[in-house]
Write a protein that binds this ligand. Structure first.
Ligand SMILES: *[C@@H]1O[C@H](CO)[C@@H](O)[C@H](O)[C@H]1NC(C)=O
Ligand SMILES: *[C@@H]1O[C@H](CO)[C@@H](O)[C@H](O)[C@H]1NC(C)=O
Ligand SMILES: *[C@@H]1O[C@H](CO)[C@@H](O)[C@H](O)[C@H]1NC(C)=O
Ligand SMILES: *[C@@H]1O[C@H](CO)[C@@H](O)[C@H](O)[C@H]1NC(C)=O
Length: 412
């Protein structure tokens, strides 16, 4: 045991002093000299640097939401934009915009740019590139008191406004993943007309709205959320549930053993698919992706889980009466959606469970249902949307076809 601990310490030390190596197969990592290994410069690199290596144009815009958060939007575009409609992408929880670009050509963003699209990546509030606020800093407890509700009604709106201004096109297609879909459900249910004027369509990857029955181990932690998990998070990290931790991120990038251990710690949350681990990109995604989780975002998901409804934030009876005119918060009205939506789901997704997604999809008015696609890979998990080595075949091809269809207005 102590030998194992020493080995881990050694790896942690090495992960700090040596460059992150990536190899084409896991066994190459153990060869002293292999021409299938190289230092991947994308590990730990900021978005603009990665995007410029793709040979496309890239720019960053810092914009301020109506509730005062300064967020970064990354734009990536080819020399000749040949497509009539821009794409906006909203990332999931526990990551930032790097989640959409750390796997080079195994990303939706890369393939869209190749096809001539103008692509915009949101960095939601609190994450590495979106840390500012007009009158608060990240050390203020109040800074972290947002949920996906505010991302929905403020951040997606700010992003869509920026995209319309920069591109000169009134409508975009939104591609969201996980929490990025929740934020879009918030916006498109509370502002259905506005959303339909700004969006030609929404592609929801691993959509999260109905969280009634989930296999994820987080459901076993739910009874302990209000006590003691949330108070501990409040006490320890000032409103943050999980801070971004560079040391852990680097450790998880350092060769097959850490990669395996770190993945094993996630599978009971997101669904297991060990075969999907990508030897070449896993070190990069492990360093780049994991980002902060605000406790209040989990609080809101927990309220949805507890009430078995996709419910607006519960501020307590008194405040609810003022805000909503009722003691119990209202649901987000999925039936009010007026924007074409397409869902991509998978059987082995333990968070965005297929049966829950289907219930949500069927509440969308039928003329706005634009396709419900279940992955043909039965082992495809929540993580796989972003990191599977087979993601091109299992997901990206389908998404590209769906974008094509939405762009041409063929969705109804
Ligand atoms: C946006 O803000 C970040 C810091 O919050 C800064 O590093 C970056 O240079 C800014 N980008 C632009 C284009 O102003
Ligand atoms: C910051 O501004 C928001 C409105 O943008 C306000 O609700 C909040 O109370 C302010 N916070 C501080 C610490 O002044
Ligand atoms: C990605 O690029 C590599 C070479 O750089 C190539 O071998 C591979 O086929 C490409 N994959 C896709 C999905 O385009
Ligand atoms: C959530 O999904 C389940 C199926 O998993 C369904 O029985 C339930 O009615 C749905 N709830 C809501 C509020 O849509």
């Amino acid at each position: 045991m102590s030998r194992f601990a020493s080995l881990l310490l050694l790896i942690i030390y090495l992960s700090y002093v040596l460059a992150i190596k990536t190899c084409e197969t896991f066994s190459d990592y153990y060869k002293i000299a292999s021409d299938k290994c190289f230092d991947n410069p994308d590990a730990g690199a900021p978005p603009l640097e990665i995007l410029r290596r793709w040979g496309c144009h890239a720019a960053e815009y810092n914009v301020t939401t109506k509730d005062g958060y300064q967020i970064s939007i990354i734009r990536a575009w080819p020399t000749h934009i040949t497509q009539p409609i821009p794409i906006v992408m909203g990332h999931g929880i526990y990551m930032n915009s790097l989640g959409f670009i750390s796997m080079f050509n195994k990303t939706i963003a890369y393939n869209l740019i190749q096809e001539g699209y103008d692509v915009y990546l949101i960095n939601f509030r609190g994450t590495l590139f979106s840390t500012g606020h007009t009158n608060m800093t990240q050390s203020d407890y109040d800074y972290w008191m947002y949920s996906f509700h505010e991302m929905g009604i403020c951040s997606t709106l700010t992003a869509l406004d920026l995209v319309a201004r920069i591109s000169g096109k009134p409508k975009s297609i939104y591609i969201g993943y996980s929490m990025g879909t929740t934020a879009m459900f918030v916006y498109s249910t509370l502002y259905p007309t506005e959303a339909s004027e700004r969006l030609a369509g929404v592609i929801a990857l691993a959509p999260v709205a109905n969280v009634t029955e989930i296999r994820s181990i987080v459901s076993y932690f739910a009874p302990f959320w209000r006590f003691p998990i949330k108070p501990i998070a409040k006490l320890l990290f000032n409103g943050i549930l999980l801070p971004r931790n560079e040391a852990i991120n680097r450790f998880c990038a350092y060769g097959p053993i850490p990669i395996f251990l770190c993945y094993a710690s996630r599978v009971l949350i997101f669904g297991p698919d060990f075969k999907s681990l990508d030897p070449l990109y896993r070190p990069v995604t492990n360093i780049n992706h994991p980002d902060v989780i605000a406790a209040n975002v989990i609080e809101h998901y927990w309220q949805c889980y507890k009430t078995r409804r996709f419910i607006q934030y519960d501020h307590g009876a008194e405040e609810n009466l003022i805000q909503y005119g009722s003691v119990i918060p209202p649901d987000y009205p999925i039936e009010d959606i007026r924007t074409p939506m397409s869902f991509f789901v998978a059987d082995n997704d333990w968070i965005a469970e297929e049966h829950n997604a289907l219930a949500t999809y069927n509440m969308i008015p039928s003329q706005y249902r634009c396709g419900y696609i279940v992955s043909s890979n039965k082992e495809f998990s929540h993580d796989d949307v972003i990191t599977s080595r087979y993601v091109f075949k299992d997901l990206i091809q389908g998404v590209l076809a769906k974008v094509q269809q939405m762009k041409s207005g063929l969705c109804s």
